[in-house]
Every structure is written in structure tokens, then in C-alpha cells.
Design a protein around this ligand. Structure first.
Ligand code: TYM
Length: 337
């Protein structure tokens, strides 16, 4: 059996990047034979970025409803909330104790904060919490707790996966006594959407405020966002540089290769940006439109989501509890002296 695992931080509204980069490939993988899927709401991670309890509570619902509306089979898979599995923070502590501080110094998210502070001429660690600093260790705990083989994510998470492997290797070496306690996880990247661009062409990200919402706001919000995608100033009739246009990259993420080729030819043949945006909207809508009603229905029934998450947590703990017992023994906290 191949274990596939991925999570989403519950600090924002799901956007097309989350969907195309993680949710869609993850659900697709979960339907393959021989795959045992673990998908979760990374709510402890949300506390690193967000201190607004209402935002976090709302995001939890939106992200859970998104997974289910997007077609996740919650009976066949294990769908849970990180904070319902206390073994995860427990494992996180053990991993913290074997993780070199120097490894964390190299983490992109931490380095970006330091660089920004240096640019502003303030203390390098200004505003940097221990949560932000050790974020990759918590992520390693998420993955190693379930001995995941494959982790479908967008390209921005590659470094975290490498760190999880490093930490797993170190732990195996220290405590494995010749037998591996942890599987070394592999990253799974869909190259077509490895980094989905946002409205301005930079990576689509809530921190850049350039996202296209998946379901929130309905078709109206989708259209309004697509209308704001930045293009060059070439007029209808003038040939466009499809490869250089992030509008085309977005289109490709929601189209078959045949549809993408046609669209590219049309752009190169002078299709106007206005029409191109309409075509993009239709492509996206063809895929996500059918899921929208289900999403709205779930959002109106948070108690159903809660029941699903509770059942998922119980299932997740059936894997986490025995492994944690084994780990406590391996490090000498339990068992014979
Ligand atoms: P998060 O919540 O920022 O993003 C969730 C997933 O969406 C992907 N993604 C994108 N993919 C393509 N293009 C984009 N513009 C784009 N924006 C976001 C992310 O790569 C990610 O796969 N630390 C993680 C959550 C996490 C996790 C884990 C993931 C916690 N523990 C264990 C996997 C395994 C994060 O903040 O993702």
C-alpha cells in the first residue's frame, strides 16, 4: 500500500492554487488502487500565521467543505484535523530534539522574514516566533506520523519535504537500531501547475493578495477576479505571447492538452484579452461549477463537517497511537531499562 498525505493551513479561503496544486492531485491519487490517503486541516500551522480566531474558525470550515465538495471520499480516505491528533505535537517535540537549528536557519519562510527585517533595518528576528522558526518540524511530524510515502504539494513546499526526509533519516539513524522507524517521504509535484500564478503573475498566495477564490463568492467572484488578471497591452487582433502570459498558464491548469493547444493558437492568432478571460472563466467553471452547490450546502451545515472530522480523527489515531507507543519506547521513555 502507498500512503499519500497532504494538508492545507486553515488561515485563509481556498484558492485555485490550493485546488490545482494540492487538492485536485491529492483526490486523484486517493482514487487509485493500492493508495491509502491521509488528508488533513493543518490548523496548528494556522496559528503561526494568524492570530484571528474567527478567521481560523471560518477557514477551517471553508477548507473542509472544499475538500468534500471537490469529491473527496471521506469513507475511503482518512480526513482529519491536525489538532484532533495529539500524537502529532508529541512527535513534533521528539523531532525538535533531533533537528539541527542550522537546518531551520535555512528554511525559506524564516529566511524571507529575516531578509525583510534586514531590508527595513530592524532586528533580523523581529516578529519571528518560535512557531515560524520551527514550522518545518511540525510539518515533518505531520508526514512522519503516518509514514507517508508520497506528499502531493505545490512547488513552494519542496524544501519542507526535503527537511522532513533529513529529520526522518536522523531519527532512524539515532533510534532505529537497524530498522527504519520512519519512511522517507517523496514529494509529488504536478509539473503543469507546480506554481499556479495569481492575478499579478507572482505565485498565487493569500500573502500577496492576488488569489482567485475557488468557491467563495460564487461565479460572480470568479468572474470579477479573472477580470483583474494582469495582461500586456496588446490589442485584439495583435498576436499574443502565450508562453509569457500567466493567463495562459492558468488556462492550462484547467484544460486538457488539446484545449490548451487551441487556446494558445487563438492567442497567437490575435484573440483579445477580454475574450481570453471569458474563455478562462468558462474552463474553470466547467470544472468547479458542478461542485459549488455541494460546497454551499456543507457551509450551511457545519455540524456535518464536524462529524466527518471526528470520525476521521478516530481513524487517524488508529495509526498514530501505535506508532507513538513504538517511538516512546525507541527513545527510552517507556520499556525496560
Ligand atoms: P498552504 O496551506 O500554504 O497550501 C496548501 C497547498 O496548496 C499548494 N499551493 C499552491 N500550489 C500551486 N500553486 C500555488 N500558487 C499554490 N499556493 C498554494 C501548496 O503547495 C500546498 O500544497 N505547510 C503547508 C501545509 C502543510 C502540509 C503538511 C502539506 C502542513 N503540513 C504536511 C503537506 C504535508 C502549507 O502551508 O500549505
Amino acid at each position: 500500500v502507498t500512503r499519500v498525505l497532504t494538508g492545507i493551513t486553515t488561515s485563509g479561503t481556498p484558492h485555485l492554487g490550493n485546488y490545482a496544486g494540492a487538492i485536485r492531485p491529492a483526490i486523484q491519487a486517493s482514487t487509485q488502487p493500492g493508495v491509502d490517503a491521509f488528508f488533513f486541516l493543518a490548523d496548528y500551522h494556522a496559528l503561526i500565521k494568524c492570530d484571528d480566531p474567527e478567521r481560523i474558525a471560518r477557514s477551517r470550515l471553508e477548507i473542509a467543505a472544499t475538500w468534500i465538495a471537490a469529491g473527496l471520499d471521506t469513507d475511503r480516505t482518512t480526513f482529519y484535523r491536525q489538532s484532533d491528533v495529539p500524537e502529532i505535537p508529541e512527535l513534533c517535540w521528539m523531532l525538535n530534539c533531533v533537528t539541527a537549528k542550522g537546518l531551520m536557519n535555512r528554511a525559506h519562510a524564516y529566511k524571507a522574514s529575516v531578509d525583510a527585517n534586514v531590508a527595513k533595518s530592524v532586528e533580523p528576528d523581529d516578529g519571528v516566533t518560535m512557531g515560524l522558526f520551527s514550522y518545518p518540524v511540525l510539518m515533518a511530524a505531520d508526514i512522519l506520523m503516518f509514514n507517508a510515502h508520497r506528499v502531493p504539494v505545490g512547488r513552494d513546499q519542496i524544501q519542507h519535504l526535503e527537511m522532513a526526509r533529513d529529520i526522518a533519516q536522523r531519527f532512524n539513524h539515532l533510534y532505529g537500531r537497524g530498522e527504519d522507524l520512519f519512511v522517507l517521504p517523496e514529494v509529488q509535484i504536478d509539473e503543469d501547475v507546480a506554481t499556479l500564478p495569481g492575478l499579478d503573475g507572482r505565485k498565487m498566495s493569500k500573502s500577496y493578495d492576488n488569489t482567485i477564490p475557488l468557491f467563495e463568492g460564487g461565479l460572480k467572484a470568479l468572474k470579477a477576479a479573472v477580470a483583474r488578471i494582469v495582461t500586456d497591452s496588446r490589442l485584439p487582433g495583435e498576436p499574443k505571447d502565450a508562453e509569457g502570459a500567466h493567463l495562459y498558464t492558468l488556462y492550462r491548469a484547467f484544460a486538457t492538452s488539446g484545449q490548451a493547444a487551441d487556446f494558445r493558437a487563438a492567442l497567437e492568432g490575435g484573440l483579445g484579452w477580454g475574450e481570453a478571460k471569458q474563455a478562462l472563466c468558462e474552463r474553470i467553471e466547467a470544472q468547479i461549477g458542478p461542485m459549488r452547490e455541494r460546497y454551499a450546502d456543507l457551509m450551511a451545515h457545519p455540524e456535518r463537517i464536524e462529524d466527518i472530522l471526528q470520525a476521521g480523527a478516530a481513524k487517524a489515531r488508529r495509526t498514530a497511537t501505535p506508532l507513538m507507543a513504538r517511538l516512546r519506547e525507541a527513545v527510552g521513555l517507556r520499556g525496560a531499562a
